[in-house]
Design a protein around this ligand. Structure first.
Ligand SMILES: NC(=O)c1ccc[n+]([C@@H]2O[C@H](COP(=O)([O-])OP(=O)(O)OC[C@H]3O[C@@H](n4cnc5c(N)ncnc54)[C@H](OP(=O)(O)O)[C@@H]3O)[C@@H](O)[C@H]2O)c1
Length: 327
């Protein structure tokens, strides 16, 4: 009997990579057939080290969930590091995978690849139709390069070597393993921390930046991991029905968006905060709406499973159990 494919999950300590490992284990993939390396063990910006790793381990499949990620402040302060690291990680991993016979690879991108003023909901073919959001443009350009690397290897080596590298573009994610840093976290972990602290300190009011009217979409990270494994394992003919050689990425969204005000109400309830919620309209709202069009993924047979209320309860449990020690 042949052994199950050896799967390399790059970035397995991150929020998405750890969820992909959980998903593979939950689907019965043997733990000893999942290959991982920490950043300290293998710096993916080091081409020689990455090539040596692939030559030794020879995985059959690769999930590329390693990336240098950060919020607006980090992206604005370290643009060189964001573009350089992400380009190097992608180029090294994708090329070393090809050189070592990997036929199946899934690249994780982000919704920031789409133009700042893309029509809502954002469809895959909005890619490269307009100017990017300037604050994270270097990061977004690197992510676009990642998906174009996958496409180019498919186009050049698909027939000759059976290369089938796919890309998924997640919406905003939340759930276990999120970053709850007080100054450098996304909206859900930031609100969980603030409402939790307001409850503990008996504060009577929590004030949220902006009008609370802008709308965002959120997907539970274990759903993202399930979608990743699903897309990786789809038959090629089925995947090809929803993609084109030069438009090969697939959006992964929850399918509905919610106002920040509604989100705050749910998080207040989940955390047990009973005080007032006020908004500060003098602060920026950001884009009025950011929603993925996930109809291609839905047509491929996948739909998010975790509702927002239940997902936020799980996220709050993870915060209480694993993140209270963070500053
Ligand atoms: N979180 C979201 O809301 C979201 C939304 C859309 C898309 N995504 C995408 O999903 C992917 C993963 O995001 P995430 O939220 O899981 O990020 P994360 O929690 O920061 O995880 C990224 C992982 O990559 C590792 N890594 C970074 N640079 C590396 C290098 N040079 N060598 C080896 N390992 C390296 C990091 O290790 P260290 O921490 O040790 O550096 C970390 O474990 C990214 O491509 C991101 O764009 C995330």
């Amino acid at each position: 009997m042949s052994l199950p494919s050896k799967i390399y999950v790059a970035g397995h300590r991150g929020m998405v990579g750890s969820a992909i490992v959980r998903q593979l284990l939950a689907q019965g993939h043997p733990a000893d057939r999942i290959v991982t390396r920490t950043h300290a063990e293998l710096d993916l910006t080091n081409q020689a080290a990455v090539r040596a790793f692939f030559a030794t381990e020879r995985p059959g499949q690769v999930y590329l969930a390693a990336a240098k990620v950060g919020g607006i402040h980090a992206n604005n302060t370290y643009p060189a590091e964001f573009i350089y690291s992400n380009l190097m990680v992608e180029a090294n991993v994708i090329d070393a995978a090809f050189r070592n016979g990997v036929q199946k690879l899934l690249f994780l991108g982000s919704s920031c690849i789409y133009p700042k003023l893309a029509e809502q909901p954002m469809r895959e073919d909005a890619l490269l139709t307009g100017t990017l959001e300037p604050t994270n443009e270097p990061y977004a350009v690197a992510k676009i390069a990642g998906l174009k690397l996958c496409e180019s290897y498919n186009r050049q080596y698909g027939n000759s070597h059976g290369v089938d590298y796919r890309s998924v573009m997640p919406t905003n994610l939340y759930g276990p393993g999120d970053n709850y840093h007080p100054e450098n976290s996304h909206v859900i972990p930031a609100l969980i921390r603030r409402f939790h602290e307001a409850k503990v300190n008996n504060s009577s009011t929590v004030t949220i930046w902006g009008t609370g009217m802008s709308k965002r979409e959120f997907l539970y990270v274990d759903d993202m991991a399930a979608a990743s494994v699903y897309v990786m394992n789809l038959g090629k003919a089925i995947y090809d029905q929803q993609t084109r050689p030069m438009l090969s990425h697939i959006n992964v969204g929850y399918g509905r968006d919610i106002t920040i005000g509604e989100l705050a109400e749910i998080i207040a309830r989940v955390t047990g905060y009973a005080g007032d919620i006020t908004f500060d309209p003098s602060k920026p709202d950001g884009s009025p709406r950011k929603l993925m069009d996930s109809s291609r993924l839905n047509a491929l047979g996948w739909q998010a499973q975790m509702g927002l209320d239940a997902g936020l309860e799980e996220a709050y449990k993870d915060f209480l159990n694993n993140h209270m020690a963070q500053p």
